[in-house]
Design a binder for this molecule. Structure first.
Ligand SMILES: Cc1cc2nc3c(=O)[nH]c(=O)nc-3n(C[C@H](O)[C@H](O)[C@H](O)COP(=O)(O)O)c2cc1C
Length: 308
């Protein structure tokens, strides 16, 4: 059985995590659905499915398809809305001994701010993650995250309405991700998480139609890991706030690559859909790695990449 191992502890400054493994938004539900397979208490934290002020239906099906070494999704941020989350889900998940990070989004700056204000005073929530990076919605999402000015404004507006640490989740669908990273840091973000999915599409050659009901979707899984790792490396070297890296992490070795380039913690997404125990296996793997290499604190390897 997996016990608590102080070697894996992470101090992000605004929260302490028991280990660096965080389940990524949209791949771990609201935390209660997965509890049958895996106790969230073993994780450093988990991020809820993206939540908006009002419930949202999402995009028409099909919403997912497999690709070489990954998948496309166009869920379109379907969710039950913040009110129902607080009433129905939070009472079930608050007992978990792990950091609960609530992912929010909106279609305008004021919607993001209102969403953040609805979470004010809820002590069980460790941090808010703002999604300015979803490629599957027509309004908001990635439109904000590709513009440094809007990214700045949205971060500021959320911070003003929130009493929680704010993590900003960046999109890889930009020319230079460090520009956006610097602008959200300047606005006061506590941390940056990256990457969200990479925009993509697939075609059904028999019907000559897009495979996804929404036509375009977001690519995730092992196919995006090299891109995610490169972007994490670049962002780590351009800001001084903590960076949470991820994209394509399937096992503890992948997680270590992100830590070595400088991420303080990692987010694991698609791997949870392949194996609900993926995050736990990664925690176990990191534990074993520390034992094998005689590492007293895993955080000592953060940013230890040798470039000469
Ligand atoms: C089915 C699915 C749903 C997702 N939903 C959200 C979401 O609601 N909010 C968000 O910020 N990211 C969402 N993501 C993006 C993931 O959190 C993660 O950033 C991305 O998939 C890259 O990591 P991975 O390759 O480990 O999956 C979703 C990803 C998938 C595959």
């Amino acid at each position: 059985m997996l016990g608590r191992d102080s070697r894996l502890e992470v101090d992000l400054g605004f929260i302490k995590l028991k280990n660096p493994v965080i389940a990524a938004s949209g791949t771990f539900g609201y935390g209660d659905e997965v509890a049958e397979f895996v106790s969230p208490s073993f994780l450093g934290g988990f991020v809820t499915k993206g939540l908006s002020i009002k419930p949202k239906q999402g995009n028409p099906p099909p919403r997912t398809c497999e690709t070489a070494c990954g998948m496309l999704n166009s869920i379109g941020l379907e969710n039950i809305g913040i009110e129902r989350f607080l009433k129905e889900k939070l009472p079930k998940i608050k007992a978990y001994n792990t950091a609960i990070i609530v992912n929010i989004f909106g279609e305008s700056i004021s919607e993001y701010a209102t969403a953040a204000s609805m979470l004010k005073g809820v002590a069980e929530i460790s941090a808010i993650e703002i999604n300015i990076s979803c490629p599957n919605v027509k309004k908001g999402g990635m439109l904000f995250g590709t513009d440094p000015k809007l990214s700045f404004q949205i971060t500021k507006a959320v911070l003003k309405e929130s009493d929680k640490p704010v993590i900003v989740k960046l999109t890889p669908n930009v020319t230079d991700i460090t520009v956006i990273a610097k602008s959200v840091e300047e606005a006061g973000a506590y941390a940056i998480s990256l990457i969200n999915t990479i925009t993509g599409m697939a075609v059904d050659i028999e019907r000559r139609k897009p495979v996804l009901g929404n036509m375009i979707g977001g690519l995730s899984g092992p196919a995006i890991k090299p891109v995610a790792l490169y972007m994490t490396y670049r962002v780590v070297n351009s800001v001084s706030i903590p960076v949470i890296g991820g994209g394509g992490i399937m096992d503890y070795k992948d997680a270590l690559e992100f830590l070595i380039v400088g991420a303080k913690a990692v987010q694991v997404g698609t791997a949870n859909l392949v194996n609900p125990k993926a995050c736990i296996n990664i925690v176990e793997g990191l534990n074993q790695y520390c034992t094998e290499k005689g590492i007293e604190r895993l955080q000592n390897i953060v940013g230890s990449l040798r470039t000469e």
